[in-house]
Structures are given as C-alpha cells and as structure tokens.
Design a protein around this ligand. Structure first.
Ligand code: ADP
Length: 654
C-alpha cells in the first residue's frame, strides 16, 4: 500500500478522500490555491502545497504544478477526487509519465467514454441498450434534422462533449429544430470548445438510474447496485438514493448486468458509474432503460452506495490502484436498508437558485437523527468562506435506515435541524422536497422539482413574535436570572430611567422597531412600534435558537431561518477595525466610495470608504490615527474579511 498520496482537489471531495487515507495510515498531501490557504482540506492534510491563484485554471486545473507538488513531497500516487482533473486523460498520462500512480482508470478508458457519440457507438456494439438516436459524424442541419425525424419527436440535442446539462436542447417539433441546434452548438462551443452534437429520442417521464461499478487490474468487474438520481434541477442532481424506489428484481438484474458489460467492454479499472435513463411512465421495466453515459471517477453521490453496501469505495480505490484484487466478489456484495443524500449548497432557492457566497459565521449539523444513521460529509467548517471561485457545496447530508420512509423522515429532520448563518443555503428547499408527497411516494422523475418549484421555494415570513424575540436579542438583553436589576445585563441602558429602549432591526426591506421595557423579574415587555396588540412578555434567549454574526442575527425556527440585519454602521466599522492594522470588510459587498489614498495621514473616526452590502451603505471609518498604506479601489467587489484599508506600521525604522 502507498505510504503517502496527494489529493488533487479541494473542499468536500478532498476531505472525503483524506478521511479514508488517514484511517488506512496513509499520509496525505493537500494542494491549495490562494483562496484556500485556510480551507478545511488544506488544514486537515498532513502536508499542504500552495499551487497558485484562486481561479481553478491557475491551481486545481494546473496538472503540471500538481505533479510537481507530488514529486516535491514524495507522494507516490495522486487521487483526483471528483471534478477538476478527475476525467482528464492527458493528466493521467502526465502523472504516469512522472512515475506516479493515478488513482483511477486508465487514460484509454477515460477517452473511450469521454465523448457521448463515441461512447454510445461503443456501447451499442457491446450489446448495451442505448437511447435511440444519431451518434454519427455528420453535423449538417439537413442530415441531423432528417435523423431527428427518423428518431421521432420530441428529441434532445446534446453536446457530445457535454457535462452538467450544458449544451442540451429539447425540441418538440421539426420547425424548431434548426434554431435549437444553433443554440446547442453555441453553448457547446462556449462551454467545451467542441460544437459537435448528438440527437437522441427524448424520454418522457424519465428516471435517472445509475449503477456503481468497480474493476481491478486482474480483470474482475463487479457492480455495487444502483442509485436513483431522478430528483434533478436543470439536469443537475439534487437528491440521490439507493436502492431505486420501485425497482423490480428483473429490472435490477438487467440494469446491473448491462453496467458490468459496459465496464468490461473498456477493461475498466477503479470506481465508475454507468448512467442509464429509464422510461418510468409505466414503472421500471427491464426493457425500458438505456445507456446515457459513463462517469469514469468516483461520484459525488457515492456515500449512499457505501451506506447500503457497507463498502468504503475510497478504500477500494486505493487498494485497486496499489495493485490489489477487488476485496469482495459479486456474491459477497449485498444491499441492506435504504440511504438518501441531499446536497447542501450556498444558493438562494427563492431567487432561482442563484449561487451565494459569504462567510459561514455559524454552521451546525445535528449529531444524530431518530431511527437512522446520520452521515455528514462536509467540505467547510464554521468560519470558512464560500467564495465565488468554486462550486458552492457546503456538505452532503446522508441518512441510512431500514426502509425508505424512515431514511426520508430522518433526512428531512436532519436538514431542518441544520443551522447556517452568513450565507443563504438550500436546506429548507431540500427538506420540503424530501417531504413532498409525490417524492415521498417514490413517484419520481426528472421533472418533479420543476413541477413543484413554487411550493418548494416560497419564502416563509417570520411571525411577529419571532421578530420581537430578535429585537430583544438585538437590544443586547441577556438572560441573567440572578441579576438584581434586569437592565444590569444591558450595558447600553445603564442604571437610569426611563427603562424603555427602542430598537430597530431589518428583515429584507422591512424596518421593524420595537419598544423594550424591563419588567423587573428578568422578563421584558417587547412592543411593536405604535401597536398595542403586538406586545409580548419575553425572556432573552428564551425558546428560539439563534446565531449572532457581524451585523446580523439569524433565528432558526421550525426548519426555517430568518435573518435580521442590525444595520448599525458604527458597530460594523468597529467590527471591521478589530483586525489590528487593517480594516476588513464585515460582509461581502461593493466598495462604492473611497475617501483616502496611500500615504495619506488620517484621524480616528474619519470616514475612509463606503461599502455597499445587503442593499445598505456602510461607512467605514478609521479606528485610530495613522497613515494609509493601501486602500481598496472604488468599484471593487470584496468578500467578507477582505482587507479594505491597511495602515502603515507605527514605529517601523525608528
Ligand atoms: P450531462 O453529461 O450534461 O450531465 P447527461 O447525458 O448525463 O448529460 O444527461 C443529464 C440529464 O439529462 C439526465 O440525468 C436526464 O435527466 C436528462 N436526459 C438526458 N438524456 C435524456 C433523454 N434522452 N430524454 C430525457 N431526458 C434526458
């Protein structure tokens, strides 16, 4: 077995591989970009090598630098994780040329499956059922349109080099073909630098069923049963599970045999996935599924297979790459129970799933769930930033139970108990999806999310009592049952009268003002401005979970989270000033106005710049007298924690 390996990836993927390597006593080397110097994967590894700039093209896609890092640290093998270089045959060849082992399939296998047209021709020849369509060389509109008519509308045009659902167009009638073809080609050219397409029959009521396969260097290939990844949004997987709901013995036998046949046809070695599309209009039928593509790497959703089979797939990858035979025969692999995985992303479901960024000031997952095993595969920790440079995945939440119902119930519960503040996340959307009656009944197809998008993504508004609790917390009131005077706990109030304090907080566009009065026994009367009916008797930090973070307060309640902005520019400037001789951005935003320049002497309290964030302007002032060494440029977009102003060091050279 290897003594040391390098992991050519970041985030959740890198962390996942490291966990198994550590368990096996294998030392790990991480690689990291400028943006990831403090990232979880960087700090978790035994060694870490800086490989370049934040942009993936300058770091995680720079194969040469990665190979250099492996040589320099004495790593014997490179694990590519998933994404980045994991399916790049040129990288595999470069790794092998450098005398290192690539933990994955051969360059030849990757090439065979790399393009959808060639892969489909190959599979067709090997006797694997393939979606009816045209996978040939001709690319002229007339030829493709004729083929589309032969295949029968509706059809799907797909980029042969496609991935992630890009370069794909549905066409419902011949009049629309030329236009859709042009659009698919444009998208394919931009995304993959290859505008060639294939034309496929569009399967109505499709289900995405994939089979985990594994091969070794001794000619053995096994399957580890199927996963269902039909819960998709824009052709991207959202929830995955194993086994597939409603799978019959006959269909399972057919689909797993087809997968093994496919892997054998390309002498496959290592972990791989054969993706099939099934026509689920009349349930899963052994003659109604077709090969779609093969992913020649470990998949994001591999944990559900691990949970139901008890196999550590990364451990198998390492053993197979080191030359060992597969640890188990086909007969020794069985499925037990049901596992479901949900992908937690920093994204805003209510704004068409716009990717979000920000620092995860508060991040808490539940420790356990009732009636199921809970597994959290996270790529970040509390305090880490989600940057715009990479995939905004935060974690995968996985549950495993005796049956599907129990696994789903536990997953929904775990998602609702997950607390994130500092960035918008999709946990509420995921929990609603898991609880959706159609999904729960196993009536899945890839259109389910789109059909229910509205009910899955509508925003809940906080109850007025919740806002009152937040306002009380924002006022600084602390629960101190032993305090003689309740206001002893509130520094701002002091010991003088009157004892009513007004506090304004903001929820979205709404400004909410409350009058807060201590009643002498540790409780407070909290009254909405000018509304006598909206009055509550509350104790600070009473019955709601909440997180306080720079400029904000987030309340977690019944699976929802409500974030209130405190919008106190003075406090924000102070917060920003806490970083020593630099002023840091308290939240991601835009530098709108700059009132200072390098070498300029400034006085304490002098406004230096205005940061626009969360639709509000915040004036950043000098925390002390000093000389500016560096100041952010007007119009720059900054992440939170970014240095806005740096002061020259005092006492230097004196
Ligand atoms: P990509 O490589 O871009 O991910 P795939 O070929 O793997 O593209 O397809 C992605 C998804 O698109 C599938 O999971 C399925 O939801 C949908 N899809 C693909 N082919 C078809 C088809 N012939 N009919 C209907 N839906 C399809």
């Amino acid at each position: 077995m290897f003594k040391k390996i390098l992991i050519a990836n970041r985030g959740e993927s890198a962390v996942r591989v490291m966990r198994t390597a550590k368990r096996m006593g294998i030392a790990t080397v991480a690689v990291y970009s400028d943006a990831d110097a403090q990232a979880m994967h960087t700090t978790l590894a035994d060694e870490a090598v800086h490989i370049g700039g934040a942009a993936a093209s300058e770091s995680y896609l720079n194969g040469e630098r990665i190979i250099q890092a492996a040589k320099a640290t004495g790593a014997e093998a490179i694990h590519p994780g998933y994404g980045f270089l994991s399916e790049n045959p040129d990288f595999v060849e470069a790794v092998e040329k450098a005398g290192l082992v690539f933990i994955g399939p051969s360059a030849k296998s990757i090439r065979a499956m790399g393009l959808k047209d060639a892969a489909k021709q190959l599979m067709d020849k090997a006797g694997v059922p393939v979606v009816p369509g045209y996978f040939g060389d001709a690319q002229e509109v007339v030829v493709l349109a004729t083929k589309a008519r032969e295949v029968g509308y509706p059809v799907l045009i797909k980029a042969r080099a496609g991935g992630g659902g890009k370069g794909m167009r549905r066409v419902d009638n011949p009049d629309r073909f030329a236009e859709a073809l042009a659009a698919a080609k444009r998208e394919a050219k931009a995304a993959f630098g290859d505008q060639r397409v294939i034309v496929e029959k569009l399967i109505e009521t499709p289900r995405h069923i994939e089979v985990q396969v594994f091969g070794d260097r001794h000619g053995n290939v096994v399957h580890l049963f199927e996963r269902d990844c039909s819960a998709q949004r824009r052709h991207q997987k959202v929830i995955e599970e194993a086994p597939a709901p409603g799978m019959s013995q006959a269909m399972r036998a057919a689909v797993t045999q087809a997968a093994v046949k496919a892997a054998k046809a390309i002498d496959y070695c290592g972990a791989g996935t054969i993706e099939f599309i099934a026509d689920a209009s009349q349930g899963l039928k052994p003659d109604r599924f077709w090969f779609m593509e093969m992913n020649t790497r470990l998949q994001v959703e591999h944990p559900v297979t691990e949970m139901v089979t008890g196999v550590d797939l990364v451990q198998w990858q390492l053993r197979v790459a080191a030359g060992e035979a597969l640890p188990r025969t086909q007969q020794e692999i069985a499925v037990s129970g049901h596992a479901v995985e949900a992908r937690v992303y920093a994204e805003d479901a209510t704004r068409d799933f716009l990717p979000a960024t920000g620092t995860l000031h508060h991040l808490r997952f539940p420790d356990e769930t009732a009636g199921a095993t809970l597994r959290i595969d996270a790529g970040v920790r509390q305090g880490d930033a989600v940057t715009p440079y990479y995939d905004p995945m935060i974690a995968k939440v996985i549950t495993h139970a005796e049956n599907r119902g129990a696994a789903l119930a536990a997953l929904a519960e775990a998602l609702e108990a997950t607390e994130v503040a500092g960035s918008t996340v999709n946990t509420r959307f995921l929990a609603r999806l898991v609880r959706n009656p159609e999904f729960a009944a196993g009536r899945l197809d890839t259109g389910l999310i789109a059909r229910h998008q509205e009910s899955l993504t509508t925003t809940a508004q906080p109850e007025s009592r919740t806002i009152a609790v937040a306002a009380l917390a924002a006022s600084g009131a602390k629960h101190q049952p032993d305090a003689i005077e309740p206001f002893d706990a509130i520094p701002a109030y002091g010991h003088f009268h009157p004892l009513t304090h007004r506090r304004t907080i903001h929820h979205g566009e709404r400004a909410l003002t409350y009058a807060i009065t201590g009643d002498g026994d540790g409780r407070f009367r909290v009254q909405a401005d000018g509304d006598d009916d909206e009055t509550w008797q509350l104790t600070p930090a009473g019955d709601l979970r909440m997180a306080v973070w720079p400029g904000h307060l987030t309340v977690f309640e019944d699976g929802e989270s409500f974030t209130f902005a405190l919008h106190d520019p003075l406090a924000l400037a102070e917060e920003a000033g806490a970083g020593g001789d630099s002023l840091r951005a308290p939240m991601p935003g835009l530098v709108k106005l700059v009132r200072g320049a390098a070498k300029e002497a400034v006085k304490k309290g002098q406004p230096l710049l205005v940061l626009e964030a969360m639709k509000m302007e915040h004036t950043i002032t000098a925390p002390h007298d000093g000389i500016i060494a560096e100041i952010a440029g007007e119009g720059t977009q900054v992440n939170d924690g970014a240095v806005l102003v740096r002061f020259e060091e005092v006492g230097d050279g004196q």
